[in-house]
Design a protein around this ligand. Structure first.
Ligand code: MF3
Ligand code: CO
Length: 248
């Protein structure tokens, strides 16, 4: 069962989304060569708490930090550390917050200083994957419509769609039904209804889609071929006419 939110729940989802936008306003100016991902994480956590929200990633299945910060070939779930950003890298910052019982989840991939045109194109196409997918959302559409649009956008650009990680429903829990793969067939999957809330999050690799999880930390997800990956995510509300993006 995919939860459908009532008016007051939707208001709470909107407030959580707006709070997360405030957190990203703190993140953007921090992204520069020399800063450690631990420092970025500390500022994120501080801002979340100052908004009266909590950071549910911390402690989630033992995850140690408020945010996931993933550099270059790390697709998702990079654990903040003393590692500092280096000019030319791309870094994705994935943040979930919980406010008044409801969750918001979003990710941005940033360039560190000057980056190659190839990496910039990867960031741009990943963002386009999100928007082309979300354009398919409205009450009555099928989940596969959205998934297919994401896949086509990535693959026509020559990129790999990471299969092992997915988007998800979101609301009272960080992860709810449905699972949202970034590939699929139009006209398949559950029918979207007004009031459903979805975290749509294409994770797109410059090369192949195969990934591995770091054996030592159990989290860090890297591309197998070592090529960079980008990630773009927003929490969206399904409406009669389309999608309302709650985190931008
Ligand atoms: N933000 C991630 C998602 O989209 C969740 C991160 S896993 C955690 O589902 F351990 F950090 F919580
Ligand atoms: Co998510």
């Amino acid at each position: 069962m995919i939860p459908v939110r009532n008016k007051s729940e939707i208001e709470k989802m909107r407030r959580a989304g707006k709070a997360l936008v405030e957190v990203f306003k703190v993140v953007e100016p921090l992204i520069r060569p020399g800063i450690s991902t631990l420092e970025i994480n500390a500022e994120i956590e501080k801002k979340i708490l100052s908004l009266g929200a909590t950071a549910p990633c911390k402690g989630y299945h033992g995850y140690p930090a408020a945010a996931c910060i993933s550099i270059d070939d790390v697709v998702v779930h990079g654990i903040p550390s003393l590692r500092t950003l280096v000019e030319g890298e791309i870094v994705s910052v994935d943040i979930v917050l919980k406010l008044d019982g409801y969750h918001a989840d979003a990710t941005r991939t940033y360039p560190v200083g000057k980056i190659s045109p190839a990496k910039q194109r990867l960031i741009d196409v990943t963002r386009r994957c999100f928007y082309n997918g979300v354009e398919k959302i409205r009450a009555g559409a099928r989940l596969g419509d959205l998934q297919h649009a994401i896949q086509m956008t990535a693959e026509l650009a020559g990129y790999g769609v990471v299969r092992a990680m997915t988007g998800h429903g979101i609301g009272r829990e960080m992860h709810e039904e449905p699972t949202i793969e970034n590939y699929g067939r139009p006209g398949t999957g559950p029918i979207l209804r007004e009031g459903m809330c979805l975290a749509v999050e294409p994770m797109i690799a410059m090369g192949g889609w195969e990934v591995s999880i770091d054996k030592r930390d159990g989290w860090t997800c890297r591309t197998l071929d070592g090529l960079p990956a980008a990630h773009y995510e927003n929490t969206v509300l399904v409406t009669a006419k389309g999608a309302e993006i709650l985190t931008e």
